[in-house]
Design a protein around this ligand. Structure first.
Ligand code: IPM
Ligand code: MG
Length: 359
């Protein structure tokens, strides 16, 4: 029997609750598909840091390289300096394992979840390919004369040819795959989102994108500045197929995208290095105010499990989960994909599992 070794980082706040529901779906699908898996749990989180003062040691990053995948709940604790543990765990994984793609599908499953007027599931179905190891997240910068009136804060955006090229190539290959799967004669389209008018070094993206595009003559090319992209995401979401963008812009536009899908509670993501250990997580944070209340929406975490299975080659298992979620949302039984749905976290997980088993 095929077996997958999965690292588990439930993390902080609502992380453990939503991860638990993701694991219920994993268990159900493994039984139906006939694969095995081993979970190796890691304690790293803000709460663990407060208790032990321990962040992720390099030896653990090396250990993670040996896993097939990592599943993460959420990281962030209100009593810890902002970003300290996030940089250690989330960015530790992204940078440490060179997970250069952050794949973030924006897909509306049921019309009632969408805040836009007159837009439905046919209009909102695209994927953001967020570059995941460079840009303004590269941690190059610092302070001069900190705490004085003469303070200077500097941060450098890092864009390498290799980083831009591989993100663009991934996006074009994905557009090709999506067009093949749609199989309705429509061609794929990759929209490059940057700010090359105001930030001239973004021109490296323009050129890397143009060079990669030459290898994909059947895919439509397209471009939007990030401010205009936000406008189009609201006005004409049906235009988009695959977006490729920088680390920070990808972070920002996918929160907007999550709301168009129904809420932060539903959006999932994969931090991917094709062919190597990759990490999957809901895009939401630890939401401390909902922690332990059994009200958080676990659909993002469940979606992350589906994306992880797809990455692991368990494509029919991944589809079982996605179909179950889609079916549940289309049933109209879930009024919103957030903490105000009135459905307990654990009940929502059970509703998904029930549908996985009924398919
Ligand atoms: C995300 C999050 C992270 C990011 C934070 C927690 C560092 O917002 O995954 O979108 O900025 O990438
Ligand atoms: Mg974010």
């Amino acid at each position: 029997m095929k077996s997958h070794t999965i690292g588990l980082l439930p993390g902080d706040g609502i992380g453990p609750e939503v991860t638990r529901e993701g694991l219920k779906a994993l268990e159900a699908v493994a039984g139906l598909e006939g694969f095995a898996y081993e979970l190796i749990e890691y304690p790293y989180s803000g709460a663990y840091y407060l208790e032990t003062k321990e962040l992720v040691p390099n030896s653990v990053i090396d250990e993670w390289r040996e896993l097939d995948a990592v599943l993460l709940g959420a990281i962030g604790h209100p009593d810890v300096e902002p970003g300290l543990v996030e940089r250690s765990v989330i960015l530790g994984l992204r940078f440490g394992l060179d997970l250069y793609i952050n794949l973030r599908p924006i897909k509306l499953y049921a019309e009632h979840l969408c805040p836009l007027k007159n837009k439905g599931p046919d209009d909102i179905d695209y994927v953001v390919v967020r570059e995941n190891t460079e840009g303004l997240y590269a941690q190059i910068g610092g302070h001069l004369k900190k705490g004085t009136p003469d303070e200077v804060a500097l941060v450098n955006g890092v864009y390498t040819w290799k980083g831009c090229e591989r993100a663009c190539r991934y996006a074009f290959e994905l557009a090709e795959k999506r067009a093949r799967e749609r199989n309705d004669g429509s061609s794929g389209r990759v929209t490059l989102v940057d700010k090359a008018n105001a930030i001239r070094p973004h021109d490296i993206w323009t050129r890397a994108y143009a060079q990669v595009a030459r290898d994909f003559p059947d895919i439509e090319t397209d471009h939007a500045y990030v401010d205009a992209c936000c406008m189009w995401m609201i006005k004409n979401p049906e235009w988009f197929d695959v977006i490729v963008t920088t680390n920070l812009f990808g972070d920002i536009i996918t929160d907007l995208g999550a709301m168009l899908q129904g809420g932060m509670g539903i959006a999932a993501s994969g931090n991917i290095h094709p062919g190597q250990t990759s990490m999957f997580e809901p895009i939401h944070g630890s939401a401390p105010k909902y922690a332990g209340k059994n009200v958080a929406c676990p659909l993002g975490a469940i979606g992350a499990v589906s994306m992880m299975l797809d990455f692991l080659g368990e494509t029919s298992g991944a589809a079982r989960i996605e179909n179950a979620v889609s079916d549940l949302l289309k049933s109209g039984k879930v009024p919103s994909a957030d903490a105000r749905s009135g459905i307990a976290t654990s009940d929502m997980g059970d509703m998904v599992v029930e549908r996985i088993r009924a398919e």
